[in-house]
Design a protein around this ligand. Sequence first.
Ligand code: C2E
Ligand code: MG
Ligand code: MG
Ligand code: MG
Length: 293
Amino acid sequence: RAKSAGKAQFARYSSELQQQAQRQLELQNALAQACSCGELRLVYQPICRLDQGQPVLMGVEALLRWQHDGREISPLEFIPCLEESGEILAVGDWVLRQACTQVRAWQLAGQTQLRCSVNLSSRQLQQGDFAARVADVLRETGLPAASLVLEITESQLMQDSAQNLACLRELASLGVQLALDDFGTGYSSLGYLKRFPLHIIKVDKSFIAGTPQDAESLAISRAIIGLGHSLGLTVVAEGVEQQAQIDFLGREGCLYAQGYWFSRPRSPDDLQRLFSGEDCFDGLWCRLDALPQ
Ligand code: C2E
Ligand code: MG
Ligand code: MG
Ligand code: MG
C-alpha cells in the first residue's frame, strides 16, 4: 500500500512539475512577444530622506511591470523567466536606458538632486562589457554617474562572484552608487559587505514589516542598520508602511526609507503631475498616497 501511495504521490508531483514547466514555457513565449510589443513598462517608487522634519524625496526606484492578457504579472514571476531565456540582457539594457532618460528629464525640469535606482540581474554583470554599457548610457542620456544607483540582491551577487566583483569595481570607478538589495534574506555573508565595493544596503521589507511590534524583527533591523552605519554605508529601509515604523527608523538613525507609506510605485505621468504641481516643491515630499487620486 505504501508503495502505491508513493506512486500516486509521485504522479501528482510530476504532474505539478509538468504544469509548472508548461506555465514557464507559456510565460517565456509570451515574454518574447512582450519585449517587442511594448507590454513592458516602468513604474517609479519614491525613496525619501527622513531627518528633515518632512520626508524629502531623494530618488526613485524603477520597477518593471508586465501587462499581459489584461492582468499584471509580478516581476517576481517573470524576471526569473527572462533570466533563464537570456532576454534579461536586452530587457535590462532597455530598463537602464529608459530609467536614466526619464530621471534626467525630471532633473532638467527642476528635480535637480533626484537619483535613479535600477535593479540588476547577475546575468547583466556577467557580460564582460557591462560597465562600458552603463558608461554609454550615462553619456547618451546625460545622467550624472553620481545620480545612478544600481541595486543587486545578495543571492544574485553569490553567483559567479569573481566576475561580479570585477564588474562592480568597474562600475564603482565610474562613480555609480552600488546598493545591496533585500539585505538579510540571502546568505547574508557579512564578508560580502567587505569584499564588494558597496555604498548602500537596503534592509529587506520582511524585517521592516515586523517593526516595531515584533521583538525579533526589531532586533534584526536594528542590527543591520547599526552594521551598515559602522561600515560607513548608507542604509535604506524597504517596505515602510506605517508611521510607527518611521518613528522606529528615526530612533535608530536610519535616514532613508521607501514604502507604501510614502508612495506605491507610480507611473511616470503620476510623478510628473506631482513634480509640476503644488504638492511637491523644492524636493519636499508629502505622502503621495494620502493625496486625492
Ligand atoms: P525590490 O528591488 O526589492 O523592489 C521592492 C519591491 O517591494 C517592489 O516589488 C515594490 O513594489 C515592493 N514594495 C515597495 N514598498 C512596499 C511596501 O511598503 N510594502 C510591500 N509589501 N511591498 C513594497 P515589485 O515591483 O513587485 O518588484 C519585485 C522585485 O522584482 C524587485 O524587488 C526586484 O528584485 C525585481 N525587479 C523589479 N524590476 C526589475 C528590473 O527592472 N530588473 C531586475 N533585474 N529586477 C527587477
Ligand atoms: Mg530594488
Ligand atoms: Mg528589495
Ligand atoms: Mg525584493
